[in-house]
Design a protein around this ligand. Structure first.
Ligand code: ZN
Length: 167
């Protein structure tokens, strides 16, 4: 049973809903297609063959912020993961470590899926991400490791995913 109220524009989704198709709604990716090749001056990701990848910077590459750096610059996350509860507080370090590991595993293949910030908020920890899939992946990894209650609320219009884990 859900313990969180559903904010306007969001719907609760199950762990098994496929969000992959929703990528098209990400305004930061849909904004405009970069010329090829383009290098991001912040993180050095390269737009090549239709996607952002970790490559050597090609000679004569155009320069433009990648969607992940653009979101970070705008302080505009796509994923919000809240972790809380007495068990969480007692194991915070291990759990944050899991979050970092999930990011590191995704990084080679998904250069745009990044943790933006990890902040303390009223006894809970909020992890923000540049992509909805990473917030979801971290929530699932924490749940797999420690069980607890995991909920997802998705706002397709805004391309926002709120993940709440408590134990
Ligand atoms: Zn970048």
């Amino acid at each position: 049973m859900g313990t969180q109220s559903t904010p306007a524009g969001f719907r609760q989704i199950s762990r098994y809903d496929n969000l992959f198709q929703e990528r098209v709604h990400d305004a930061y990716r849909a904004r405009r297609k970069p010329l090829e090749p383009t290098v991001c001056p912040q993180c050095k990701a390269v737009f090549h063959e239709g996607r952002w990848q970790w490559l050597e910077t090609p000679a004569g590459a155009h320069q433009d912020l990648c969607p992940a750096c653009h979101r970070t610059q705008d302080h505009y996350p796509a994923g919000f993961l809240t972790l809380e509860g007495p068990f969480f507080l007692a194991h915070r370090e291990e759990i944050i470590h899991i979050a970092r590991n999930v990011e590191e595993r995704e990084r080679p293949e998904h250069p745009l899926n990044r943790i933006m910030e990890i902040e303390e908020k009223d006894g809970a920890t909020l992890i923000t991400t540049t992509d909805i899939h990473l917030a979801r992946g971290i929530g699932e990894a924490v749940h797999n490791a420690y069980q607890g209650d995991l909920e997802f609320h998705y706002n397709p219009q805004e391309y926002l995913l709120r993940v709440h884990w408590t134990r």
